[in-house]
Design a protein around this ligand. Structure first.
Ligand SMILES: Cc1cc2nc3c(=O)[nH]c(=O)nc-3n(C[C@H](O)[C@H](O)[C@H](O)COP(=O)(O)O)c2cc1C
Length: 133
């Protein structure tokens, strides 16, 4: 399994993760649940109207954290906007519940993929393992 597959599988397993962004000198963090492996990249989804989207436009640096069954993941990198329609459609197919809120052509739905990302898998029982996506 590749590094990006492993990270995506872990996020699918946890269901919820926490996404941190930066606003000036203030960290901002909130729960997220979207994760999609598409053409070898890990994508998340949001709305362009949200503060999180504005923060990432000003500063793409982001970090996510997820925890399940005694193991946790920290993924640090940059989130890059991708307006490709096909990846939006793929996201809506994977998580149909989003169809009630988003449409690929609504001008709001946003897909972002991780670039220059480093994943660290940790647990209470083993040393941290760092892998580059
Ligand atoms: C379990 C859970 C999962 C969520 N997943 C997402 C998500 O994947 N994308 C998203 O834009 N908002 C998601 N939300 C909603 C955001 O947390 C919420 O809109 C938040 O206010 C966005 O941050 P902001 O206000 O700084 O923009 C989720 C909320 C919960 C409770």
């Amino acid at each position: 399994m590749s590094a990006v597959e492993r990270v995506c599988e872990f996020l699918n397993k946890t269901g919820t993760y926490y996404l941190a962004t930066v606003e000036g000198d203030q960290p901002r963090v909130r729960p997220f649940g979207t994760a999609l492996l598409y053409e070898g990249k890990l994508y998340i989804q949001t709305g362009k109207v949200k503060p999180v989207s504005h923060q990432l436009a000003a500063n793409p640096k982001a970090e996510i954290c997820a925890f399940k069954d005694g193991a946790w993941l920290r993924l640090a990198g940059e989130l890059v906007n991708d307006d490709d329609r096909d990846v939006k459609v793929a996201m809506l197919e994977k998580m149909p519940v989003l169809k009630g809120m988003y449409d690929p052509d609504d001008g709001n739905m946003q897909m972002l993929y991780f670039k220059n990302a480093v994943a660290t898998f940790s647990s209470f029982t083993a040393p941290p393992e760092e892998i580059r996506l």
